[in-house]
Design a binder for this molecule. Structure first.
Ligand code: NAD
Length: 426
């Protein structure tokens, strides 16, 4: 079976994150038994749509942006996955991110397939009105393929509750009725769920704390470094800090800060909101981006973008556990280096599944129009994350494989079983 072939729509040299995903699938093949004969289905996204997103700028001129929505698999349920606004996002990224959503949703056993969207834009360069027009036009362009029982977008890098509210409104206007369940990560007053904002970071912390227990690391005297201080990184930082773990360094796109005594995440969030940056935070020193990776610590949480831990910086990392808040932050070569160096990696497809798990709760609550308390949501989230983590540990021990390969084994089996039971249409 040739699972590494280059799709004709990705030019050579543009494989990017999709190449990382294909390598991960190659690594799981020997463990899939008879289901392995269906594995090629995992390497062909079900549906790829590229749209032109033209908008009127405030100065009266027009600008065009490239938008994507990829449904990787709907074998287990509707597509589900975030929308990213980023100047560098490309088709291979969205394909990989959609595929990782299929794996993640199957790993935590929520009844979704995998999808992802994106617009190639630097939203910081748009006014609020331009951002709204961009969001509404993009939503209209992909309107035919999304829906509460078809494909449900959510926030990702540079998208937030407000953008979800505009997406929900645009879709509802096009349908002629209000359908809150078309997106998750909405504001509370529009059918959003308690606990959703911090859910991904909370999931990161829950799996980190459970892994620490297993590795006999005392959280109260541990140190943590975090790349990315947005939705995921900041929420995880708050919980690490609340449990006594010192957050000694934070890196964002604008720079890196360090404090051996530990940073106070709540204050850093407020400072970043007020000044637009983490740099200059009182009591912290600014260090170079390269000096971030070799900092001795118990936890490294990449929570920014793909391919941040590479063969170049993996040999320098001095963390005991890497907990992947971001999607695809570690290249396969870096994965091997970390493994050889005895650094445990809790992979993205389990570590950051808290967001989609509470998105699932939000979707269920929207359908039933009955809303749960935050403590109910957090308790259900913790239970799902821990059950999935324990099942993955068991598979990892049985096959003597990494946690990433173990997660892929569990998830691919579920997806391929669904595929097999459904049979091939027509
Ligand atoms: P966000 O836009 O809220 O924050 C992104 C952060 O990454 C920012 O602090 C930004 O400065 C930083 N960053 C960007 N480029 C960087 C670079 N080159 N070097 C260092 N820092 C950089 O995004 P988010 O929602 O927190 O998402 C972060 C990651 O987590 C992404 O990989 C995303 O796919 C993943 N994720 C997000 C969710 C969610 O619920 N939001 C769920 C699962 C996974």
């Amino acid at each position: 079976m040739d699972i590494g072939s280059l799709p004709s729509y990705l030019a050579p040299g543009q494989m990017g994150a999709w190449a990382i995903y294909l390598e991960q699938i190659r690594r799981v093949l020997p463990y899939l038994g008879k289901l392995g004969s269906l594995a090629e289905t995992l390497t062909h996204p079900k549906r790829i749509v590229i749209v032109d997103v033209p908008i009127r700028l405030d100065d009266g001129s027009m600008a065009h942006f490239e938008g994507y929505r990829v449904q990787h698999s709907t074998a287990r349920g509707p597509g589900k996955g975030g929308v990213r606004f980023h100047q560098d996002v490309g088709l291979s990224d969205v394909m990989a991110l959609a595929a990782w959503m299929s794996i993640k949703n199957a790993a935590v056993n929520v009844p979704f397939g995998g999808a992802k969207g994106g617009v190639r834009v630097d939203p910081a360069k748009l006014s609020l009105a331009e951002l709204e027009r961009l969001t509404r036009r993009y939503t209209s362009e992909i309107n035919f393929m999304i829906g509460p029982d078809k494909d449900i977008p959510a926030p990702d890098v540079n998208t937030n509750e407000q953008i979800m509210a505009w997406m929900m409104d645009t879709y509802s206007m096009n349908q002629g009725r209000t359908l809150t369940g078309v997106v998750t990560g909405k504001p509370l007053s529009l059918g959003g769920s308690l606990g959703r904002r911090d859910a991904t970071g909370r999931g990161v912390f829950v799996v980190a704390a459970e892994t620490a227990k297993r590795e006999k690391i005392d959280l109260a005297s541990a140190r943590c470094i975090i790349q990315g201080f947005g939705n995921v990184g900041s929420a995880a930082a708050k919980l690490f800090h609340a449990h006594g773990c010192k957050v000694i360094a934070v890196q964002t796109a604008l720079g890196t800060i360090h404090s051996a005594a530990g940073l106070a995440p709540e204050r850093l969030i407020e400072y970043q909101q007020r000044t637009g940056s983490i740099l200059g935070f009182p009591g912290a020193e600014t260090i170079s981006a390269q000096d971030f990776w070799p900092l001795p610590c118990e936890f490294l949480v990449p929570a920014a973008l793909e391919a941040q831990i590479t063969a170049a910086n993996a040999p320098k990392i001095r963390a005991r556990i890497v907990v992947e808040g971001a999607n695809g932050p570690t290249t396969p070569e870096a994965d091997d280096i970390l493994h050889e160096r005895g650094i445990l990696v809790v992979p993205d497809v389990i570590a950051n599944a808290g967001g989609v798990t509470v998105s699932y709760f939000e979707w269920v609550q929207d359908f039933s129009s009955f809303f749960w308390s935050e403590s109910e949501i957090n308790a259900r989230l913790d239970r799902i994350m821990l059950e999935a983590l324990h099942a993955i540990w068991e598979v990892a021990a049985r096959h003597r494989v990494s946690l990433r390969t173990a997660t892929f084994i569990v998830a691919c089996e579920r997806i391929l079983q669904a595929r097999q039971l459904r049979g091939l249409y027509p």
